[in-house]
Write a protein that binds this ligand. Structure first.
Ligand code: SF4
Length: 403
């Protein structure tokens, strides 16, 4: 007999609250990732960090529009040293924005310099390669695998100790596209390979008693990325680990599809309760990434950074130009963060479908609309006065603030 897939749902599964996986809090300067803190928004500047003034301006701009941790790249020792000036300038002219930088194992000296100046270092396990490419090789024996693991541990040790002793953080950032050869030969080009690659580095850190870790499992293909994050979440649970996860889809591209692709990956996992910090990577200027992050978090009810608008799609019953009115209502009220406002085309289905909005603007009869406070109809007014009357109602309730 076929069973309906939802037949087994119990009451708890109908609960509409997203229950986030329990993770340990990891401090990155004055921001905390995990530990039940709001999901943190990240992005990255494009500036050359040798340009201190340009970098400070770019970091400041991203931070002002809501980016809570800013990433930079440090390809050379000169770039690493420049971070000191960037941090100093930020503290003097703005505030101490938490910064994360990528480092490569060939530049351990660079990594140690970087760790002195900023709050978090990102390493990519796939770049910790110690053997020369050998096209004849088809496998790694267990002892070869472990031997390289030991070399990785030795290489990373000074960085781990530096971060540990300063109370700073590390992101173990695995990328599907850059898994090390020995991982590929042993586990394949799979989510399992990505997870094992991360866990190897986690164990090295834990051995040195360093646990300020955040893990990412990025891939450019959304199903791979989702599978890898779900798997590491499950594996950590089995192993008694509780590191926060940084979510992202790499090379998502630009425009509408780039945003949808990022959302498909990030939101799916967040809805599962997986993820403590996110970055939407777009092939556009970095400030374009921040509104997408906030929209994902707002839509899932994880953070409220703007007014939540509900509007019907309109149909033959619609009594006014819905698109135009929604635009007018939004322009008048978009600064009232925290409110839920609905614009519905008719009273037949509108009031019932307003999804418990705080205020409703509903078509009543031709030329007239009704204003609602939650489910209660407050007054009927001519359509031309609708937006003004809505503002008056919000003011009368003491919830209005000037833009
Ligand atoms: S609320 Fe009314 S106007 Fe809007 S889609 Fe539903 S039935 Fe149509």
């Amino acid at each position: 007999m076929l069973t309906h897939p939802y037949a087994a749902f119990n009451q708890l599964e109908y609960d509409t609250t997203i229950r986030r996986c329990k993770t340990r809090p990891v401090k990155v300067g004055n921001v905390t990732i995990g530990g039940g803190h709001p999901v943190v928004v990240q992005s990255m500047i494009n500036e050359d960090t040798l340009n201190i003034e340009g970098s400070v301006n770019a970091i400041r701009h991203l931070h002002e529009i809501g980016c809570e941790i800013v990433r930079v790249t440090v390809p050379s020792m000169a770039h690493a040293k420049a971070l000191e000036g960037i941090k100093q300038e930020l503290r003097q002219t703005y505030e101490d924005v938490p910064i994360v930088a990528d480092v490569h194992h060939n530049g351990m000296k660079i990594a140690l310099e970087v760790a002195k100046h900023i709050e978090k270092v990102r390493i990519n396990p796939g770049l910790y390669v110690f053997e020369k490419p050998n096209s004849k090789r088809t496998e790694y024996t267990q002892s070869e695998f472990e031997e390289i693991g030991e070399k990785i541990g030795e290489t990373l040790k000074p960085l781990i100790i530096s971060l540990r002793d300063q109370g700073k953080a590390m992101r173990i950032g695995v990328n599907h596209g850059s898994l090390a050869e020995r991982i590929l030969f042993t586990y394949g080009d799979t989510p399992e390979g990505m997870v094992e690659s991360a866990l190897e580095f986690v164990r090295i850190c834990e051995y040195l008693d360093f646990r300020n870790l955040v893990i990412s499992m990025k891939a450019s293909r959304v199903p791979v990325m989702i599978a890898a994050y779900r798997l590491i979440s499950k594996r950590m649970n089995e192993l008694g680990m509780d590191y926060p996860l940084h979510l992202g889809v790499t090379e998502a591209g630009d425009g509408e599809y780039g945003r949808i692709k990022s959302t498909a990956g990030i939101a799916t996992l967040l809805a599962d309760g997986i993820g403590d910090t996110i970055r939407v990577s777009l092939t556009e200027s970095p400030e374009k990434e921040i509104p997408v992050c906030y929209s994902i978090l707002q839509a899932l009810g994880l953070r409220k950074t703007m007014v939540e608008y509900t509007a019907c799609p309109s149909c033959g019953r619609t009594l006014f130009n819905l698109e135009k009115v929604l635009h007018q209502v939004r322009e008048a009220t978009k600064h009232l963060t925290g409110l839920d406002i609905a614009v519905m085309g008719c009273i037949v289905n509108g009031p019932g479908e307003m999804a418990d909005a705080d205020y409703g603007y509903v078509g009543k009869t031709p030329g007239y609309i009704s204003l609602y406070r939650r489910r209660e109809e407050i007054k009927k007014v001519p359509e031309d006065d609708g937006v003004e009357e809505l503002i008056s109602l919000i003011k009368a309730d003491g919830l209005w603030v000037d833009p």
